[in-house]
Design a protein around this ligand. Structure first.
Ligand code: ATP
Length: 320
């Protein structure tokens, strides 16, 4: 059995990554395995920014956003030379397996390590919820609740002023955050990258609502579906309703993780350690129908992220 493993966080951070780090460290130590933390993602791996973590190193972090291991984007790790430099560092420290917490880009890195003979397991941490093979990623629930809280506040002022509000949320390629927040907030329209909305349909919808006496309208736009500023301008021009735009930005990435994200992170982090100890490599853990599962990294990378058509349809039906 492995005697020493390491953990790193990579790519964009997400709330709950700390809870996942804690689970990796505590689960490994529980099984008598030493754990090292790699700081600054794959960049730190190349640079040998690696330190031993103890039980106490991960104390008092379960409720904190961000990542105590910091994160980075590292172009050099996309090259074979960079990957072998990383493996040399791991070997220098006597490390035999690695847990990579991050999004799909980070899983590419984990896949390369495994292909070069170094066992790595991926844990999906991203607010985008865009990883195939898991119903939810760590951080999505927290970001969703942050967006809901923000839109609730916007709704108060939207009602007072009888305005149309366009709210831009994160999601370059995946619309889950916009979709779930839109449904939870009763948005009139949800614009996501997976669906090509026509502006005339959106305008017609807004006008219908206005005619039947709606005091305000909220449009939730995923950043990948277009710029909220441009969309807001167009809506104001075409409807003549006073329109305001809010881009929520990086507040969506921070904050204390929700209970759901903490539990998910703890379960996934612990399972990743178990897989390494069982001799597995090149896998990504996930949750499907409340069961902890794992798939080949390749499967998590090759399938297109799917969005929930039922939720999209329901949000349309409920916001007539
Ligand atoms: P998010 O989408 O939430 O920001 P991510 O993990 O997808 O997270 P990326 O910036 O795409 O974020 O990837 C993080 C890091 O993973 C990159 O900076 C790079 O070091 C490594 N990486 C990405 N693609 C590859 C690849 N093809 N081969 C090796 N390493 C890669």
């Amino acid at each position: 059995m492995m005697k020493r493993i390491a953990v790193l966080t990579s790519g964009g951070d997400s709330p709950g990554m700390n809870a996942a780090i804690r689970a990796v460290v505590r689960k490994a130590i529980y099984h008598g395995v030493e754990v090292y933390g790699v700081y600054y993602g794959f960049q730190g791996l190349i640079d040998g920014d690696i330190k031993k973590l103890e039980l106490g190193s991960v104390g008092d972090i379960i409720h904190r956003g961000g990542t105590i291991l910091y994160t980075a984007r590292c172009e050099e790790f996309k090259t074979k030379e960079g990957q072998f430099k990383g493996i040399d560092q791991l070997k220098k420290f006597g490390i035999e397996g690695l847990v990579v917490i991050g999004g799909d880009g980070s899983f590419q890195g984990a896949k390369k390590l495994t292909e070069h003979g170094f066992p790595a397991i991926g844990v999906p941490g991203t607010i985008d919820n865009d990883i195939p093979g898991t119903d939810f990623t760590i951080g999505f629930d927290t970001a969703l609740n942050t967006v809901i809280d923000a839109i609730d506040k916007i709704r108060d002022t939207a009602t007072s002023h009888e305005r149309t509000y366009v709210v831009e949320v994160m999601g370059r390629d995946a619309g889950d955050l916009a979709l779930w927040a839109g449904l939870a907030d009763g948005a009139e329209t949800i614009m996501i990258p997976e669906v090509d909305d026509k502006m005339e349909d959106i305008v017609a919808r807004l006008k219908r609502g206005h005619e039947r006496g709606k005091k305000h309208s909220i449009i939730v736009v995923a950043e990948g579906a277009g710029s909220a500023v441009e969309i807001g301008k167009e809506i104001e021009e075409q409807t003549k309703y006073e329109t305001r735009v809010t881009v929520l930005g990086h507040i969506q990435r921070g904050g204390s993780p929700t209970g759901r994200d903490r539990v998910l992170a703890s379960r996934l982090g612990a399972r990743a350690v178990e897989l390494l100890l069982e001799g597995e490599a090149g896998k990504v853990v996930g949750i499907e129908r409340n069961e902890i599962v794992h798939h080949d990294i390749q499967d998590a990378l090759s399938k297109k992220p799917s969005f929930d058509h039922d939720i999209y349809k329901l949000s349309k039906e409920l916001s007539i």
